[in-house]
Design a protein around this ligand. Sequence first.
Ligand SMILES: NC(=O)c1ccc[n+]([C@@H]2O[C@H](COP(=O)([O-])OP(=O)(O)OC[C@H]3O[C@@H](n4cnc5c(N)ncnc54)[C@H](O)[C@@H]3O)[C@@H](O)[C@H]2O)c1
Length: 232
Amino acid sequence: MMGTGIAQSLALAGCRVRLNDVAPERLQASVNTIEHGRFGLRRGVERGKVTAAAADEALARITTTVSLEDACAGIDLAIEAVPEDLTLKCDVFRRLDQAAPPAAILTSNAAGLPITALAWATGRPERVLGWHWAQPVAVIRLAELVAHPRTAQEAIDYVSELARRCGKNPIVVKDQPDSWGYVANRINRAVRLEARRVVEEGVASEDQVDEIMRDCFRWPMGPFEMQRPGSM
Ligand SMILES: NC(=O)c1ccc[n+]([C@@H]2O[C@H](COP(=O)([O-])OP(=O)(O)OC[C@H]3O[C@@H](n4cnc5c(N)ncnc54)[C@H](O)[C@@H]3O)[C@@H](O)[C@H]2O)c1
């Protein structure tokens, strides 16, 4: 899901993108979503957000492959977006390290796993950082860049500039391997826990909590609305 939106965003920003997945049908579905999905390029043209020429050019910049090695040939940057499983991500980072050119920067769209662990699964920890995107990628400005103590400033600068080209607002935060989540998800989790507590204590209903948070803090949607399928 996330890799699809990320590929679209980077292709629109002018990057050549190779989408890699172990499942060929997911690659086919991704390309279809990029072209025809709710936040895809054709809808973007209909809404006047993207020109037809820019959409065509972006599509032409995207290729797909089930081979990680082929995907990594000659790249400047990798963005890993496999499921949120530390063992799996460490394994993918080991393989990226072997397949990508030595100067390539390796990033992870992990939602909360320790970037330090991914960095030390490679022989280039200074070129590893987190790049946390949010769904729907085409519209949410989040670019939470997660640096561990050895991440090189040059790598942070490179990814920050690329995030800006994608229309995002890069904010660099520190990796904290002892707790799950960086900033967005840690705070969101605390809000959700307190919202649940308020409902369980019988203080207010879910709908009332949502309405109060919208009215009081001008949130676009409340904590319970946010968790409903299709809301984001
Ligand atoms: N879904 C969200 O809203 C969201 C938001 C921010 C961050 N994230 C994070 O992004 C990451 C991906 O989440 P998602 O929701 O896109 O998951 P997803 O399950 O929709 O997609 C993961 C993809 O990875 C592929 N895959 C599995 N193993 C692989 C491997 N070894 N090599 C290549 N591809 C492999 C799967 O076939 C699948 O297509 C997770 O770390 C998640 O926590 C998700």
